[in-house]
Design a protein around this ligand. Structure first.
Ligand SMILES: Nc1ncnc2c1ncn2[C@@H]1O[C@H](COP(=O)(O)OP(=O)(O)OP(=O)(O)O)[C@@H](O)[C@H]1O
Ligand SMILES: [Mg+2]
Length: 478
């Protein structure tokens, strides 16, 4: 059994923090504080109200921080005079006064313990200048850190645009390829037509072939999507038919006809309409028609995809638009979804419950897109591979409300109070800067005079953004 040593000025003077204090001040500290003995176990836990300041006199302490579910050791020391606990008490309201880490002792240890309020008071009264300098240093550091981390976040978002460039590249290359092939096909078609016209076809047969041509083009548009196995079976069937009718390049033609949804029955109709000696030419001519049609469809699909992506990117970044304007929030949400599409796993269903009555709202659209991005990003990360992401909007009398809801694990109560703090993150180092919600808060609350809150329970988390319909005051907020 250890006896608790008494607090004396000499004892305190032996700790480097207090070495230069006068006897009178050391007496004062001994009167207000006390020496305590701590058995192995927790001295305090991260996140609890920071009420006490501790200086190690003897023993061993271990500092740790919670990272996701794990307790990560950050320091272990037996150094006499090591201090821990509410040491930022002198910053007052500048920081949340909660323990930013946990401390436990691994053997019976002795501490000098001082109330946080006493520490704050003696710092103010005994060292006013140091107190000012420290607050300034702290604020400068926080601002610098914020700027640096914001850049980091921007770089992370920069990967969005890199992803977009990549995604644009595929359809663009496909369109270029298809256009080149198309030019070739069209000139072949002209040749075939000349051959057909010079051959044995009477006018009625030619008319019928043209009818078949129209029908084939029509079928391309409606062709069913087939599995690889189904396609292979049908290709075999068609190339047998073509071989049986002595049509050259049977395999090539069969594969194109299958894509167009043609079958042997349809080819029988063509065979009935064309004289046998012209059948080969007629089939080749149809083949070029269909191939042309398929290529044009590919070009249309690729260019549509390109313009959808470009529209979304423009809408998202608000390039060429005024920073403050009446915006359609649904368009903003949709463009953000397109930009984030690659980050949303296939097992996550996206549901939109948009209120059709929503009027255009006076906002800073580019900034708001940052808000949606951060909220959707968090929701998707929380859910992992499966779940449902719901975007809801609603018109209330003076507000519009946008809700980003996910079916992830939820936010534990002790974490919920801190999620909007800058740099607060539960993600492993390198995975989150902890600035996403801080940025969202500053945009919604400071810049738009709106409000942002979170409602969470296991399996259901909603971030609710409310924006006033009368809009922000221009030039206000940061
Ligand atoms: N939808 C959510 N479900 C569960 N936890 C969430 C959700 N949104 C936020 N959180 C919690 O809030 C913390 C802070 O979120 P914030 O967006 O500010 O930072 P981050 O996501 O950790 O990092 P960053 O956004 O910089 O990548 C997260 O680490 C997470 O613990
Ligand atoms: Mg985030």
């Amino acid at each position: 059994m250890t006896t608790t040593p008494e607090c004396t000025p000499d004892l305190l003077r032996s700790l480097f923090l207090f070495e230069s204090l006068s006897d009178e001040r050391l007496e004062y500290l001994c009167e207000r504080g006390s020496v305590i003995v701590q058995e192995p176990g927790w001295l305090y836990r991260q996140g609890a109200d920071a009420t006490c300041f501790y200086v190690l006199i003897e023993g061993t302490l271990v500092m740790s921080r919670k990272v996701a579910e794990d307790e990560v050791e950050v320091n272990r020391t037996s150094y006499r005079g090591a201090y821990a606990g509410a040491w930022t008490a002198y910053l007052g309201d500048l920081v949340p006064q909660v323990y930013d880490q946990s401390v436990r002792v691994t053997e019976t240890s002795t501490f000098f313990e001082l109330d946080a309020t006493v520490l704050q008071e003696v710092m103010r009264e005994w060292f006013p200048m140091a107190q000012h300098l420290l607050s300034g240093l702290f604020q400068g550091f926080t601002n610098r850190q914020r700027t640096v981390s914001q850049r980091e976040r921007l770089l992370a978002l920069g990967s969005l645009s890199a992803g977009l460039t990549h995604e644009l590249n595929n359809p663009a290359a496909a369109a270029v390829r298809a256009t080149a092939a198309l030019q070739q096909r069209v000139s072949k078609m002209r040749e075939k037509l000349a051959v057909l016209a010079a051959g044995h076809l009477d006018e009625a047969a030619l008319q019928t072939l043209i009818k078949f041509q129209d029908e084939a083009a029509q079928r391309v548009a409606e062709a069913p999507k087939l599995s690889a196995l189904e396609s292979a079976d049908r290709e075999d069937e068609l190339s047998d038919w073509l071989d049986g009718h002595s049509v050259s390049h049977a395999y090539e033609i069969a594969s194109t006809f299958v894509q167009a949804g043609l079958d042997p029955d349809w080819l029988d109709l063509v065979a009935n309409a064309a004289p046998p000696e012209s059948l080969g030419g007629a089939i080749h001519w149809l083949y070029y028609t269909i191939d042309t049609e398929l290529l044009m469809k590919e070009i249309t699909d690729s260019t549509t995809r390109i313009s959808t992506l470009v529209d979304a990117a423009k809408q998202y970044s608000q390039i060429d638009r005024s920073p403050h304007q009446n915006a359609d929030l649904h368009e903003l949400l949709d463009s953000t979804l397109v930009m984030l599409a690659r980050k949303i796993p296939p097992g996550v269903t996206v549901v939109k419950e948009y209120d059709a009555r929503l009027p255009p709202v006076p906002v800073y659209p580019a900034e708001l897109n940052q808000v949606w991005t951060n909220l959707i990003d968090n929701a998707v990360q929380a859910m992992g591979d499966t779940g449902t992401l719901t975007l809801r909007t609603r018109l209330d009398e003076e507000f519009v409300t946008v809700q980003v809801h996910d079916t992830g694990p939820g936010i534990p109560a002790d974490v919920r109070d801190r999620v909007f703090e800058p740099f607060f993150t539960t993600k492993p180092i390198g995975h989150g800067t902890g600035l996403g919600l801080d940025i969202a808060w500053r945009i919604v609350v400071n810049k738009h005079r709106g409000y942002l809150k979170v409602v969470s329970e296991p399996g259901s988390t909603a971030f609710v953004v409310r924006l006033p319909l009368e809009g922000p005051r221009i030039g206000e907020g940061t």
